[in-house]
Design a protein around this ligand. Structure first.
Ligand code: RNT
Ligand code: ZN
Length: 417
């Protein structure tokens, strides 16, 4: 039996031509890829001298209770997932290799080093996504990896990326669920470079060498992620937006749009339709920059909601992979996952509940008055009732119902770490 509040909401949406049941069915088919790195401030499980922030990934805060080993991270992910309705994927970084002692160097990693994660994902019925880790490593210390002037260092990172693509293909086939494999590198200069061309040329050649390796396109979907700037890399980022848009388009691989990697006045939502005319697929790193690429937990603010809405209203959802990329070490990390991932799903639901058809009709008729009026009135339609109904049907806590359990886990488990 549906909740009476939902039944009223359903009628209100029907009055503007939106079927809430269809929206809920569609939402249930869109997985959100939850990033493992929110659970331990991007530390990973390698030797301590490599662990921790570095080269552009900076988690700030020292809230107690972070995961320090695979068992803790898996348990924490399970806690978070219990409060998130609908399908999830696990987004793994290569630095979270679990199996093998000692672990091989990054250029020699194989799927055997991720066996525990694969088994865990199977048990959770999660797909897996993957990322080479080209930072927090002695060979990335001077801030350059795939575009390094030293051919030996470039080769190390090329080999690491190839190893990761092979791991992705094996995992994808094993789970019968393709892995999105995303390359992001920190390369760039703090101050004005004397040569902007050569590092980009080297990056292009390195990427070509990585993608020349024969890896199943069916089970491993390659993506590349651009960036505007990072702390310590303020003046020049080798893998800029133009660089990767052109690269992904000419190589027909997926482009990753991280919401924090553009100037704050740019609309990332607006880039989706433009890019999808030229690249086969998109990966989103849904994040929230506060003044800069700060990786705050995503809220349902206007820019974030617009990205998620555009995924579905564009009609291109099948070519878009929704991944999350935030890391806040100043609040309970499980709550951070729950808040951010629920918000990603809420944003998608809000898109599915837009009266898109009716809006397009008035737009084509040139009736922009109606378009604005209908869009604004749609904001106050009772989408929250539809969301809570979804949670209930998924046997997941509705809004204002889940925090107690997260706090209890904090007292019973996290505070003992
Ligand atoms: C860094 C990129 C990258 C990382 C993760 C950990 O600016 O956004 O995606 O955040 O790979
Ligand atoms: Zn990112």
């Amino acid at each position: 039996m549906s909740h009476p509040i939902y039944e009223i909401a359903k009628e209100q949406f029907a009055a503007v031509g939106v079927e809430t049941e269809a929206a809920l069915q569609a939402l249930d088919k869109i997985p959100v890829s939850m990033h493992c790195w929110q659970g331990d401030d991007v530390a990973g499980f390698e030797a301590p001298e490599k662990a921790g922030a570095g080269n552009g990934c900076v988690a700030t805060g020292n809230y107690p209770g972070k995961a320090t080993n695979p068992a803790e991270l898996m348990a924490d992910l399970e806690q978070a997932a219990a409060h998130i309705p609908g399908p999830l994927r696990l987004n793994l970084h290569a630095s979270y290799a679990t199996d093998g002692s000692p672990l091989p160097e990054r250029d020699e990693l194989t799927v055997d080093n991720f066996r525990s994660w694969v088994d865990w994902a199977k048990a959770q019925q999660f797909g897996i996504d993957f990322n080479p880790t080209s930072f927090s490593h002695p060979k990335a210390e001077d801030g350059f990896t795939l575009s390094h002037q030293d051919a030996g260092i470039r080769q190390f990172w090329i080999d690491h990326c190839i190893a990761c693509r092979k791991i992705g293909a094996v995992i994808g086939e094993e789970l019968n669920n393709p892995v999105v494999n995303n390359i992001w590198i920190p390369d760039g200069y703090k101050d004005t470079p004397a040569d902007r061309f050569a590092p980009r040329e080297r990056l292009k050649d390195s990427l070509d060498a990585i993608f020349a390796a024969d890896v199943s396109k069916k089970w491993n979907i390659d993506a590349v992620e651009s960036k505007l700037f990072g702390i310590g890399v303020e003046s020049y980022t080798v893998g800029s937006s133009e660089f990767y848009l052109a690269y992904a388009a000419t190589r027909q691989i997926a482009l990753c749009l991280d919401a924090g990697h553009f100037h704050p006045t740019e609309s990332v939502a607006d880039k989706i339709s433009a890019a999808l005319l030229y690249v086969p697929e998109l990966l989103l790193h849904v994040s929230r920059g506060v003044r800069w690429d700060s990786d705050h937990v995503i809220t349902l603010d206007d820019p974030t909601t617009a990205i998620l809405q555009e995924c579905v209203t564009s009609g291109q959802m099948e070519r878009i992979h929704v991944g999350l990329d935030f890391f806040d070490a100043s609040i309970n990390r499980i709550a951070a996952w729950v808040i951010g991932t629920r918000n990603a799903k809420k944003g998608l639901l809000k898109g599915l509940l837009q009266p898109t058809q009716a809006l397009r009709e008035v737009e084509l008729a040139g009736d922009y008055t109606s378009r604005l009026a209908m869009m604004e009135d749609a904001r106050s339609l009772p989408w929250g009732a539809v969301w809570n109904e979804y949670c209930e049907r998924q046997d997941t806590a509705g809004d204002n119902q889940w925090l107690g359990a997260v706090k209890a886990y904090e007292s019973s488990v996290l505070s003992g770490r």
